[in-house]
Write a protein that binds this ligand. Structure first.
Ligand code: RBF
Length: 165
């Protein structure tokens, strides 16, 4: 993968699936809400922009990123939801807590994705400081919320390609 491909904000958009009948759940951490709201906005607008219906997008808030796993699990258990996107910001360096939270959420989201057999997207920023977070949530480095939504769309399409024959 070239470095240009790593910024998914300039994603490849050819061959994207029809998501007009797909349902998405966005789970948003309230901790660092000034940034998580921007991630949500980016993810929501990307889903809408690529054809999702507003009534097919649900949102649930959780207090902090640590709770993203359970919030996402609850949505992922619903058979009508096609993909879940977990959005949070854990600032490194402010506290050793970040290591515990980041690892727990990364592992938790991996686990519930496999358990529920559907995409659960890790949209958690782990920057060194607030400025880096702001830069990645609608700032100079794009919006990781957009990328999380695009990842969800692509994984929904891949699942259909593999299982719908
Ligand atoms: N939640 C976040 O989403 N981002 C953080 O940067 C963050 N830092 C925390 C630092 C400390 C010392 C504590 C105790 C919690 C922090 N949380 C953070 C909240 C955490 O995700 C969770 O909501 C709480 O630990 C309750 O389970």
């Amino acid at each position: 993968m070239s470095s240009a491909d790593k910024n998914l904000s300039v994603f490849k958009t050819d061959g994207l699936p029809d998501i007009s009948n797909k349902k998405f759940a966005l789970v948003v951490a309230e901790w660092n809400s000034e940034v998580t709201e921007k991630l949500f906005e980016g993810a929501y607008q990307t889903l809408i922009g690529y054809g999702a219906a507003a009534e097919n997008i649900e949102r649930g808030n959780v207090p902090g990123s640590f709770e993203l796993t359970l919030g996402a699990h609850w949505y992922a258990q619903r058979s009508d939801i096609d993909a879940v996107i977990a959005l949070g910001v854990v600032i490194q360096g402010e506290t050793k807590h970040n290591d515990y939270i980041n690892h727990a959420v990364a592992q938790g989201i991996t686990n519930i994705s496999i358990q529920n057999n559907k995409p659960v997207i890790f949209g958690v920023l782990t920057p060194n400081n607030m400025q880096q977070a702001v830069d990645r949530a609608g700032g100079v480095h794009g919006n990781k919320g957009d990328e999380a939504a695009m990842t969800a769309i692509k994984m929904v399409g891949l699942k259909d390609k593999i299982f719908t024959r």
